[in-house]
Design a protein around this ligand. Structure first.
Ligand SMILES: Cc1cc2nc3c(=O)[nH]c(=O)nc-3n(C[C@H](O)[C@H](O)[C@H](O)COP(=O)(O)OP(=O)(O)OC[C@H]3O[C@@H](n4cnc5c(N)ncnc54)[C@H](O)[C@@H]3O)c2cc1C
Length: 440
């Protein structure tokens, strides 16, 4: 990007700004340690800030800071807040108890003895396993605006808070207990670090190489066929592509049990998103992850990773991403071929910039670079159904197991247990890698 003959460089992330699972027992820490690249990335803690009508909360760091900030804002709920966070931390720690026995990642009990002992060994997680998160809030709190605030934290997983259980929410509180972090250089650096390990061990990472078909021979996955017709044979295939596309397009119904096909077709996919990437000529006085909510309930994330990694923008500038969730039904109305697509995208971007102006007055006058991504953009680049950003919608719906009905075809990523988010997909990847290549 050039301005007045000066070359300006901003680095943006495709989406990920805040990574969990980096505590001492965290699955991401575990993965990097197992790959012997624990020191390859420098992680910086992301502070959070919440701006609601009539209510603003800065949480620069830890869970204790969040508790103190909430207690100061809601003094009548002081004890309930302490009790709620103690309970949530109990659930969170329970989920990660015993990770040493499962390759460093949390898993539900597998053996009958573990299942029987679960209520004693994991009392908090057991207590809240099937209780909806909103019901948990009702049990602890009276204050409606406090409950509204704690419901907003579900946005990292779903746009339907009622679909989430208290136990499913616990890892989100891990962002406070053990940190949400950003890798210096940008989230692409995490992918690059993993790709380096593959290549250092004789593997190759092919980019711009769309898989057109998963090769099935004698009812077994035997490799992949690329769009250009190139065939890559393999002893096993692991797909982290969208589930509907993996099974209905890449495998084909003829290779699958009809009941399984029906369950895949019935899956409800998650929300999509709209993003505006902005290079600006000032450094906002906001925490790197700031969430703003308007009176009509629209939520906007203002992500400024250059606050923790100034190398992402020129001195005195910032790289900002504005992000909002777009419900599934609305997401399907975004079509790149529509005659008014470019105008619609720009206008939606204007709406988000106007919302951001509530905390960044005069923002439009400081924009040096601007680009938008609509649900159609996410559908195009991540190749997901309806531009879903979190795979199948979180909640109680069925998800296929990592071992698919086709022999030697395995699943990883947001479509399978435990769901979406970097930490979650690291868990599914670790589990499937250990299943295909059991640790020595
Ligand atoms: C806007 C946004 C913000 C997010 N923010 C965060 C965050 O701050 N923290 C966090 O933890 N998580 C965040 N997430 C979620 C996180 O990015 C995902 O949960 C995670 O990346 C899913 O991993 P995955 O392996 O399932 O799929 P992906 O990361 O989507 O990888 C799948 C890859 O497969 C490719 N692919 C698909 N089909 C084919 C094919 N046929 N041939 C070849 N390649 C194919 C896709 O192009 C894609 O590159 C965010 C997601 C989005 C979209």
């Amino acid at each position: 990007m050039r301005r007045d003959g000066e070359r300006l460089r901003y680095v943006f992330d495709a989406g990920v700004h805040d990574v969990s699972g980096l505590g001492p027992r965290g699955p991401v820490t575990n993965l990097l340690r197992r790959l012997e690249i624990g020191d390859r990335l420098e992680w910086r803690r992301m502070g959070h800030e919440y701006v609601l009508p009539g209510f603003r909360l800065k949480v620069p760091g830890t869970g204790e800071e969040l508790v103190r900030a909430l207690q100061a804002r809601f003094p009548a709920e002081r004890e309930a807040i302490a009790a709620f966070f103690a309970e949530m931390e109990g659930i969170y720690r329970d989920l990660y108890a015993g990770v040493e026995r499962t390759g460093g990642v949390p898993c539900p009990p597998r053996m009958p003895g573990e299942m029987l002992a679960y209520p004693c060994t994991h009392p908090y997680a057991f207590r809240w396993m099937n209780i909806p998160y909103p019901a948990m809030l009702e049990r602890f709190f009276q204050d409606a605006s406090l409950k509204r605030f704690l419901i907003l934290l579900t946005g990292y997983l779903s746009d339907r808070p009622e679909a989430l259980t208290a136990a499913q929410m616990a890892p989100l509180f891990g962002y406070y207990f053990d940190g949400g972090c950003y890798p210096v250089g940008g989230s692409q650096d995490l992918a690059d670090a993993l790709a380096e390990v593959i290549e250092a061990h004789g593997g190759r990472v092919l980019l711009r190489a769309p898989v057109e078909r998963i090769l099935i021979e004698e009812d077994r996955a035997a490799g992949v066929v690329l769009a250009g017709g190139q065939v890559h044979r393999a002893g096993a295939v692991i797909s982290n592509a969208d589930l509907l596309k993996t099974f209905l397009e890449l495998v084909g119904q003829e290779h699958l049990p009809p009941g399984f096909v029906r369950r895949i077709e019935d899956l409800e996919f998650s929300t999509s998103a709209f993003a505006v990437f902005l290079g600006v000529d000032f450094v906002p006085d906001l925490e790197p992850v700031t969430l703003v909510y308007s009176e009509d309930g629209r939520g906007l994330g203002i992500m400024t990773p250059s606050r923790v990694d100034p190398g992402l923008a020129p001195p005195g500038h910032a790289a900002i991403t504005l992000l909002t969730l777009v419900p599934r039904v609305e997401a399907t109305t975004w079509d790149r071929r529509a005659f008014d697509y470019a105008r619609r995208k720009r206008e939606f971007g204007d709406v988000l910039i106007a919302l951001a102006e509530r905390v960044l007055p005069g923002l439009p006058g400081h924009i040096v670079f601007r680009e938008e991504a609509s649900p159609a953009t996410f559908a195009r680049y991540a190749r997901t159904t309806g531009g879903a950003i979190y795979g199948p919608a979180a909640g109680h719906q069925w998800r296929p197991p990592a071992k698919s009905p086709v022999e030697r075809l395995y699943l990883a990523g947001a479509g399978v247990f435990p769901g979406a988010g970097i930490e979650a997909v690291v868990i599914s990847g670790t589990l499937v890698a250990d299943a295909v290549y059991p640790p020595i």
